[in-house]
Design a protein. Structure first.
Lengths: 119, 965
């Protein structure tokens, strides 16, 4: 599992990568009220704005952590965005993607690194 | 029973002998009426803050380097009576003719009940934007009625709570279309039959964003080459067309269709939603809002539900309170610029709340049957007018129309227009050979006869046989305004009480101080407000010939001169309708200046992180890139970081936006250095005038090095906030920028316009002019001094109990102060929200929350509040601090206490009371009046519920019944 400075986590599952936001990020955002997900099949480039997440405190963009193609999105979040507050690093994943350049993963932190990053 | 009158008001001075000459000046507006504290009160307050005199306090607060050299001199200040006489003389220089010019502006009848109970009622016009929903339920309901009305008439699911004007709404629709369209095309199509000002404002907006605007005939539109298109309905020359096929073609290319529609026509005509439109915009001016020589009026925007989150502007929604009762609130706030900054959907901040409320009440007053009857009458009158002209051989266009016809008069154009003016009627010049005529609710048979005479036809208008010229396929087939609110009993008794009930739910300046930092909620005096309703100011069409608006031009000229004196600038543009629009207009002016010097590549804008969110949002609109500059520990701009970034971007530095005094409420000593750095690197300085109330008469942004500033006339210069608009954000510029100010088809200029009308919302200007005339130069300076005294008095009284976050070098604050409430989150679980809601129990509107620093309160009392009111507020704050201490020290439960349960309603008071504090403590904390207690109509509003379950039209009546149970 890898973590970005943008508070995203990436978990490999076969050839695909599952992406979500960390519990720390969910806590900072407060009650999440809305999530706009990308389209399946969409080609994305690292740092593209792919997800919009809105809480009562803030609206933020989630950046694509890697180049690749979206293979699946978590439709359940559209109806119950509150899942992000309940299980950010489990059930409340955002999307799955097939990365085209796995070397981009090298930029990211491991769990210990992320823990140190958020202090 | 405790006395219900503030103690200060009872203080009596010793009686002099009746005929001993007295120094007392009963008609001194500045010191007697506008400025709150009396001379005696000020002496006591200066003792508290520890200053020998007011001048000594100002010397402590304002660095000498930034003080202006010469005092303001506007001659002898006028008394209220002198002012009204002077206004009357000026007003009479305007000539009120019957304007049948149309072009988006129409004569309308303001129902007297609405004029008296809303337009001229401080309970409505002195309210603030409803960010605190518990004390804003009245106007939130009225605005929800507005949204429901717009949504119904346009046939689209969701409408916002108004935009600045129709042309701005069109431009916003264009950028929204680009956000939501799946089409990747770079061009936007505009129907050539759009009102010229709509086309012009769209072109201004499109240029810096790199959007190509294609103006043409909709039948020739290439849908696959555009991301969206705008159609006018009915067209500016009268055409009523069905755009269903054009819209289908756009959808096929994944482009967005926008229709700018006259809402009154939609009572008869097929609605945009039925044509498939994605977005509808327009103006509700003709719903009882006076012309006012161009404004203010409420524009609207409606869209499909799935685009709601991309829609700019405020959106009233429905939620529940802590007891599960139905409540109204502003929804989706996080999309707005105050949070999203340069990523916001738009820089739109101010809306036109008061005018939207009036328009919604017009719909409530008339109901669907009344609106339809008004529209039918207008149409039938237009048909009669056309038939008369056809009977003497004129060619009348178009075949199908609603209220507007165009007549080809060949070489007779000038003669016909002149004859019409002789008949006291303004017609519209169209091209070189045609004349446009638009009828409205006010048109009477004698007006029609007068138009006929101008064309050479002498005939009585007495053939009232109904006849219609709208083809069957364009008849409206759906119902509208079906909600019971539009079917209530319309006897004036009931209407009056409805408006009163709503007003009573809200806390406005007519009841209590509204100490909102950065918002300057000062007095809007009656004498300043009265001329706004005079017919000479309210009934002028914005496009009348100059010789009919001599009074307005005199007023605008003199007010501009005074504002130039106040700011140190060379010229003022009155066009921007809000502070944010002023920022946008100012940055456009700077851009045009750079282009004229072959420096058009400059696109970097330095903005301190402490800036208001509209700053980066506005910079984004002119195509600039925002480079944030750090704040130092003490809240000031980090000068080293500023210098480094200016150097780094020297080649491309377009400018910088800074606020003075800073958003932290401090007069930074480095402002002149900041301006010099920007100039040294070829940039221009935008000084945000939001805090001008701390400067007027003492210091001038132009002298500090500013090149452009906007002035919030609705803050510093007494235009009331109207519950969230109107506003006015004119900009002042240095001489080198004057040629690059916004232009307008009516007034010339090389640059494009930013607003529908050349002078923005001119009918508000008598207010600011009156303020300047009655205050005089010295009165204005004194107001600034007292604003600073009042803020320092509050800071001093709260010191020791709360931490005041930022201060100048001498320990003084400017005209506002920020108190830190963050420590109580850890020590007592108390948030800034809890304190704000508890203040409602004390009878106060909360200060600005969490801005510019999250978890803090920014307090700006203004000069208009007297000592007793300031003390009432401070007593309330200190009592709240004591309640926090009770939690901190374990004397009361941290989840069940007066702060967490605030605000307390009458329902709480009369229901079973099982709380660990008394009813007395809960409902009557220090500050609360005994007899005149303000009771919030609802408990704490649940924001999460509202944003997760978006409902933005009036809920069905059975829901109200449920909520009442």
């Amino acid at each position: 599992m890898k973590f970005t400075e943008e508070h995203e986590w990436l978990r490999p599952e076969g050839d695909t990568m599952i992406v979500g936001i960390t519990e720390h990020a969910a806590e900072q955002l407060g009650d999440v009220v809305f999530i706009e997900l990308p389209e399946v099949g969409q080609a994305i480039t690292k740092d593209d704005e792919v997800v919009v997440i809105e809480s009562v405190k803030a609206a933020s963009d989630i950046l694509a952590p890697l180049d690749g193609v979206i293979t699946e999105v978590n439709e359940a979040l559209t109806d119950t965005p509150s899942k992000v507050n309940e299980d950010a690093e489990g059930e409340a994943w955002f999307f799955k993607m097939t990365p085209s350049d796995t070397s981009q993963l090298d930029d990211y932190m491991d769990e210990a690194g992320y823990k140190a990053f958020i202090g | 029973m405790k006395p219900n009158v503030p103690a200060g008001a009872l203080a009596m001075r010793e009686h002099d002998m009746p005929f001993k000459p007295t120094e007392y000046l009963p008609y001194d507006f500045a010191n007697r009426r506008h400025i709150g504290p009396s001379a005696t009160e000020m002496e006591g307050m200066l003792d508290v803050v520890g200053a020998d005199s007011l001048d000594a306090l100002i010397d402590d607060t304002l660095p000498v380097a930034i003080r202006q050299k010469e005092p303001l001199d506007f001659g002898k200040a006028k008394s209220e009576r002198e002012l009204l006489h002077h206004m009357r003389v000026t007003a009479q220089k305007n000539k009120v003719l019957t304007s049948l010019i149309g072009q988006g502006y129409h004569g309308t009848v303001t129902p007297p009940a609405i004029q008296r109970n809303i337009f001229e009622n401080p309970a409505w016009y002195t309210a603030y934007t409803p960010y605190q929903p518990e004390i804003s339920q009245g106007r939130l309901e009225a605005l929800l009625n507005f949204q429901t009305m717009v949504s119904d008439l346009t046939g689209l699911e969701i409408a916002n709570a108004s935009l600045l004007d129709e042309a701005t709404a069109c431009a916003e629709a264009m950028t929204m279309a680009q956000r939501v369209a799946k089409s990747k095309a770079k061009a936007f199509f505009v129907d050539r039959d759009c009102h010229p000002q709509n086309i012009a404002v769209i072109q201004t907006r499109a240029a810096p964003l790199g959007i190509e605007v294609i103006v043409g005939n909709p039948d020739k539109m290439k849908a696959d080459e555009v991301f969206g298109a705008l159609f006018q309905y009915p067209g500016t020359y009268g055409h009523v067309r069905d755009f269903t096929d054009h819209i289908a073609a756009l959808h096929e290319s994944k482009a967005i269709a926008v229709v700018s529609a006259d809402p009154l026509s939609l009572t008869l005509l097929k609605e945009p939603g039925a044509m498939g439109a994605d977005i509808a915009v327009g103006t509700t001016q003709r719903f009882g809002v006076p012309l006012g020589y161009g404004g203010p009026h409420a524009a609207y925007m409606a869209t499909k539900a799935n685009y709601a989150r991309s829609m700019p502007g405020r959106l009233v929604g429905v939620s529940i309170d802590s007891h599960g009762n139905r409540v109204y609130r502003l929804s989706l706030q996080t999309r707005e610029q105050h949070i999203r900054r340069e990523k916001a959907t738009s820089n739109v901040c101010t809306a036109q709340a008061l005018l939207a409320v009036m328009a919604s009440m017009y719909a409530v007053f008339h109901g669907p049957a009344g609106l339809k009857a008004i529209a039918q009458r207008i149409h039938r009158k237009t048909v009669r007018l056309a038939k008369g002209l056809e009977s003497i051989g004129f060619k009348v266009d178009p075949k199908s129309f609603f209220d507007t016809i165009t007549v080809d008069v060949g070489p007779l154009q000038a003669a016909v227009m002149k004859s019409a003016v002789d008949e006291k009627i303004n017609l519209r010049k169209v091209g070189e050979t045609r004349v446009g005529i638009t009828l409205d609710e006010c048109t009477r048979p004698e007006n029609i006869e007068a138009v006929w005479r101008a064309f050479g036809l002498v005939q009585a208008d007495d053939d009232f046989k109904p006849e219609y010229r709208v083809p069957e396929n364009l008849h409206r087939k759906t119902e509208y305004l079906i909600h019971p609110i539009f079917h209530m009993n319309r006897a004036e008794t009931e209407m009056m009480r409805y408006m009163r009930r709503l007003a009573d739910r809200d806390l406005a300046l007519d009841r209590a101080m509204i100490p909102l930092g950065s918002c300057t909620m000062k007095l809007n005096s009656a004498a300043e407000m009265i001329p706004v309703s005079w017919r000479e100011f309210s009934r002028l069409h914005p496009f009348v010939p100059d010789n009919q608006a001599v009074g307005y031009h005199e007023l605008i000229g003199d007010l501009s001169d005074k504002l130039c004196d106040i700011t140190g600038y060379a010229a003022i543009s009155m066009q921007p309708n809000s502070g944010a629009q002023g920022e946008y207009a100012g940055l456009l002016t700077i851009s045009a200046y750079h282009r004229s010097n072959d420096q058009g590549h400059r696109n970097i804008c330095l903005i301190p992180t402490s800036a208001h969110g509209t700053n980066p949002a506005s910079a984004q609109m002119v195509g600039w890139k925002v480079v944030p500059v750090k704040s130092a520990e003490n809240g000031d701009i980090d000068l080293d970081d500023f210098r480094a970034k200016a150097e780094q971007h020297s080649e491309n530095l377009a400018g910088s936006m800074v606020t003075y005094p800073s958003t932290h409420g401090v007069f930074e000593e480095t402002i002149i250095d900041v301006c010099n750095i920007v100039h040294d690197h070829g940039g221009q300085v935008y000084i945000d005038g939001a805090n001008m109330n701390a400067m007027v008469g003492l210091s001038r942004p132009g002298d500090l090095g500013g090149d452009v500033s906007h002035l919030n006339l609705h803050k510093t210069f007494c235009i009331p906030h109207g519950g969230g608009g109107p506003g006015m954000g004119p900009i002042g510029v240095k001489a080198h920028l004057v040629p690059h100010l916004p232009g307008h088809a009516m007034t010339g200029g090389t640059e494009g316009p930013v607003s529908s009308a050349p002078f923005g919302s001119p009918s508000l200007l008598p207010i600011s002019w009156a303020y300047c005339l009655m205050m005089g130069g010295e009165g204005l300076a004194q107001a600034t001094r007292v604003a600073i005294l009042n803020a320092n008095y509050i800071a001093k009284r709260l010191e020791g109990s709360f931490d005041v976050l930022y201060r100048g070098k001498t320990g003084r604050v400017a005209h506002e102060c920020i108190i830190d409430t963050r420590p109580y989150a850890d020590s007592a679980g108390v948030t800034v929200d809890d304190i704000a809601k508890r203040l409602i129990d004390c009878g106060f509107h909360a200060p600005t929350m969490s801005w510019p620093v999250a978890g803090t309160l920014m307090i700006e009392p203004t000069e208009s509040e007297n000592r007793a009111e300031l003390d009432r507020f401070c007593d309330a704050m200190l009592a709240i601090r004591a309640e926090i201490a009770d939690i901190e020290e374990g004397r009361i439960d941290k989840d069940n206490n007066p702060l967490k349960n605030a605000p307390h309603t009458v329902e709480d008071l009369v229901s079973d009371w099982d709380r660990p504090y008394s009813r007395e403590q809960g409902c009557f904390p220090p500050g609360a009046f005994r007899v005149d207690k303000y009771w919030p109509p609802v408990n704490r509003v649940d924001n999460v519920y509202g944003d997760r379950n978006l409902v933005c039209t009036c809920p069905p009546m059975e829901d109200y019944a449920e909520a009442a149970e």
